[in-house]
Design a protein around this ligand. Structure first.
Ligand code: NAD
Ligand code: ZN
Length: 360
């Protein structure tokens, strides 16, 4: 059984972002140096962030139009090192969604573990703790704030995989639901569904952990309150609930694996450049045979919240693209074994996987 670890410190509540300055100051007393902030580009010019734009901080905006890639992370690291100009980083702060939180985690690890981002894609390849990192999620669902990985696309290797390691967990979080007020509704839904899907996949799998299961059950309850309840999914109360669900879902997945939905979704991201959370929803929508009860519930979530998923995205694909979709899905052996057993390729044959994609 793996040794489990969770985030060490966290603050929760509306307006808790105000504490970031004092948390950074405290950190600088322990470990003097430069603060490296990575902030989602949505917050460029926002009042929230401008107070951190100081001469002695490095502030880098993350363009989350595309999800993080190994080459992109290497480039951001290079730019940060140039700006540091020989000075030491005191701490890394990530403010944004899963893309930004993951980028900040990867940079923190690479400060102390030399080499390129792709050298650490896999399980437990990061050998030394990175620079102290503080995470501030601005959209809820991926659980990146709590998980032990940071997902990156490796275009050359046709691979989407994270630096899975205990050092990839944030040291500290500021969970402020006020920050998620500005998220577009569709995006709020897609990203929120990532928690639901993580927990469904882990509870239906064979690699189980009693603590992880408990986190998952509670995260699912919070999701049901948010997406099936009377109140709008983005009310103040529901955004706070969703932030809790995301944190619990991320903690759950640290002790478990996903299932069939994520590998199929990864194919869509690698081959068609569809964002993770939307790709999950599109994949889940075609995987009723593996998760029938939960699929029915998902249909209710879509109806109640008036969300339309794109269709026809695979209707004009070439044979070569369909083959790549198959390859980039089936490569995810651990989750597929978790869901379907060692002989998962007998269930997910090439024809079967191509057929699933061609329905999307
Ligand atoms: P994201 O970071 O990709 O951002 C999605 C969009 O939301 C962007 O356009 C961004 O600008 C916008 N946005 C973010 N916060 C906003 C706000 N408060 N107001 C308005 N717009 C805002 O979103 P995501 O869905 O959280 O993250 C997806 C990424 O997370 C993928 O790269 C995926 O692989 C990764 N992921 C990581 C883990 C993990 O455990 N590390 C788990 C699942 C997914
Ligand atoms: Zn996910």
């Amino acid at each position: 059984m793996n040794l489990s670890k969770n985030v060490t410190f966290y603050t929760f509540g509306e307006g808790s972002l105000k504490q970031l300055e004092s948390r950074i100051k405290e950190r600088q007393e322990v470990n003097p140096g430069i603060v490296c902030l990575y902030v989602d580009h949505f917050f460029k010019d926002s009042d929230l962030i401008s107070r951190f734009n100081k001469d002695d901080n490095i502030l880098h905006y993350i363009d989350s139009t595309h999800e993080p890639s190994t080459d992109g992370v290497d480039e951001i690291l290079k730019q940060t090192i140039e700006k540091l100009n020989g000075q030491k980083p005191s701490c890394v702060v990530g403010i944004g969604g899963g893309s930004t939180l993951d980028t900040a985690k990867a940079i923190s690890n690479l400060f102390e573990n030399k080499g390129r981002a792709e050298d650490y894609q896999g399980w437990d390849l990061v050998k030394k703790p990175g620079v102290y990192k503080i995470g501030v999620p601005t959209i809820s669902g991926t659980g990146a704030e709590a998980s032990r990985t940071c997902v990156m696309m490796n275009v050359k290797k046709n691979l989407k995989l994270g630096m899975n390691s205990e050092y990839t967990i944030y040291d500290e979080l500021i969970l402020d639901p006020e920050l998620t007020k500005t998220v577009p509704r569709d995006q709020f839904f897609y990203t929120g569904m990532d928690t639901y899907i993580h927990c469904v996949e882990s509870l239906e799998g064979t690699f189980r952990h009693p603590v992880g299961d408990s986190f998952s059950h509670q995260a699912l309850n919070e999701c049901r309150d948010v997406f099936l309840g009377q109140e709008d999914m983005m009310s103040d109360k529901n955004r706070a609930k969703m932030m809790v669900a995301s944190y619990l879902g991320g903690a759950a997945i640290a002790n478990s694996y996903v299932g069939v939905i994520h590998p199929i979704s990864a194919g869509l991201s690698v081959v068609l450049d569809i964002h993770h959370c939307l790709a999950n929803c599109i994949a889940f929508n075609q995987l009723r045979e593996f998760y029938p009860k939960q699929h029915d519930e998902f249909q209710k979530f879509l109806d109640i919240n008036k969300i339309n998923l794109p269709s026809g995205i695979c209707s004009n694909l070439s044979d070569e693209q369909l083959d790549r979709l198959y390859e980039s899905s089936i490569i995810h052996e651990k989750p597929l074994i978790n869901a379907l057993g060692e002989k998962f390729k007998d269930v997910l044959t090439k024809e079967k996987v191509r057929e699933i994609f061609s329905r999307m």
